[in-house]
Design a protein around this ligand. Sequence first.
Ligand SMILES: [Zn+2]
Length: 302
Amino acid sequence: MINIADVFAEFKSDGLKRKHIYETRLEGIAGLPGVRAKINEIAIEKMRCALAGEDAAELEVALAQLADEEARIVRAAGIGRYNCEECADTGIKGKGYCACLLDRVYNQCYGAVDIGGITHGFDDFDTGVFDDAQVLESGKTQRWWMERYMKVARKYISDFPDTGKRNVLITGKTGLGKTYLLECIAKEAKEKGIDVMLIRAGELFRLFFDHRMGEDVDLSFLHRADLLLVDDIGTEPVTNNVSIEYFYELISKRLDAQKHTVYSTNIDDLQQRYDDRIASRLNSKEDSLMLLFDGADLRSRK
Ligand SMILES: [Zn+2]
C-alpha cells in the first residue's frame, strides 16, 4: 500500500508535468510567441517610464489589449491548463482537500472503491430484477422493500448533511442488493460533491491489521471523510480483539466528530460477531436509520 506522503508527492509532480506540457503546447500556437514578445517589450518600456517619471498611460492600454489578445489565442487553442480546474492542481479547495486529491488517497492508500468507475445509479436502478410475487414475513415483497429503501437512500443524500439520523445500517442476507444500493449512494454522493469514501470491510480490516503490525498506515482519513460507506462488515476474516478495538475506535470517532457513516452487513447478531459496544452503537435507533432487507438470496433464484 502506498503511503500518503508519496501520493501527495506524486500529485504535486503530476501538476508540474501538466504545467510543463501546457507551456510547451502554448509555445507551438501560431501568433502567441509574437504577442508575448510584444508584452515583454512593452512591460520593460513601462518600467523605464516609471523610473524616469514619465506618463505610461498609453502603454497600460496597449498592455491590457495584448493581454486580452493572449487570452483569446489561448482560449481558441482549447488547451486546459490544469488536471483539475476545481483546485488548479493545488489539491486544496475551500478549507479542505479537493476531491481529485482525496480520490487518489482513498484509492491508493486505503484500497477504497473507485466511485468514478461505478456505472449504475439511482436513475437506472432496475428494481424489476427483484421479486414482486412472493409476500415475505413482513407482508411485503422484495421489490417493495428495494423501492422503499432506494427512496430512503436517495433522500439521505439529497438532505446531506442534514439527514436527521446521521448513520445508516443496511442489513440482510447476501445477494439482496445491499452492495448495489451502497454503490448507488456512493455515486450520487460523489456527483453531489460530497467527500465520500466507499470501502469493503475486507480492505478496512486489512488496514487495521497493517497498522497494528506497525506498517506506515495513516488511519486519519477514515475518521475524517464526510461520508464513509463500509460494505459488508462481518465478511472480513475474524482475526483478533485488536481489529475489533480499531473498528470500535472508528465508529466512536466518527460519531464524536458528527460524521456520516453507512454500514452494510449480513450479520444478524452484531453483538456476537463483535461486541456489545459496537452492536449498541451500530444498532442505535437514535443515530442510525435501519434498512433491513427481508427475503432470500437474489442470486440463489433462477
Ligand atoms: Zn482538484
